[in-house]
Design a protein around this ligand. Sequence first.
Ligand SMILES: [Zn+2]
Length: 317
Amino acid sequence: MGIVNTVLGPVPTEALGITAVHEHVAFGQHGWSLESDFWVTESEIIAAAERNIREYKRLGGRTYVDLTAIGQHRDVERYRVIARTTGINFVACTGFWTGTGVRPYFWDKSVEYLTDLFVKELTVGIDDTNVKAGVIKVGVSRGGLSELDQRIYKAAARAAVMTGVAVLTHLSTEAERQMDLFEGEGLSLDRVVIGHADAGVDIDRRRDLAVAERGAYVGIDNIGYETEKHPRVPWAQARRERLGQLLDLLEAGYAHRVAVSADADCVPLGWVSPPHSVAELLNRFVPDLREEGVGEDVIQQLLVTNPANLLTMRTVV
Ligand SMILES: [Zn+2]
């Protein structure tokens, strides 16, 4: 028994059910709205999110974790509307996508400052609301962990230790260094997802096993970004190859160390996505698992038990 912060307040772990741990209502880089090709209204964003999340819920989904970080068009007022109209448990995050996406205001901030910022968003509220974040997002810049990335990682680890929440990362690049940074600040790796292990540009099955062996979760969380779809994005992977990557982990005994999600944007802001939705976790990915002979107990572990273990806030001593 424990609790998880959602945008409508804390819910008990038992209420989570089927959970997608890495999703986006609308993710974009600063400046995207200057490109008129991508203009979209608030009501269009909400309608698209409601459509995808209702379909996900109709198929059994109960909890949706939005990992859109500070400065990437995170919007808790929007999330509250979607949570109310769809009835989903909606979890928002604090943290940053990668150092590359951090607004200049934060570039010179100390680990202590960033820790305070994350803790404030986890315990008081995001922006000027009383909506508390439920997880922390961090990430590796393209090209590797920058000095700013490392400051953010240390702050995320400290805030996670202080509040009991989990940390989910963008990219599995330099996985060992990522885990060293977390452990160096006293964060147990069973509170960490090393994310996007299934991004087509960065597949390394030995690394996946090493991440699971050290006790962190391997994020198979780009499910549905497939090379078979158009337009093809750099992080796409062939549908069967992603399944094979996951089956390797299951066969090695690491079903309890995998975090699955679709990373689908309901509305991509300023970029073009192939057709994609969180619902694909349930109407495409689960049938694929069954076809491969994966048992219902393992499917339950991936979709319900692992997210519950991850999202439930640890008691802080
Ligand atoms: Zn993402």
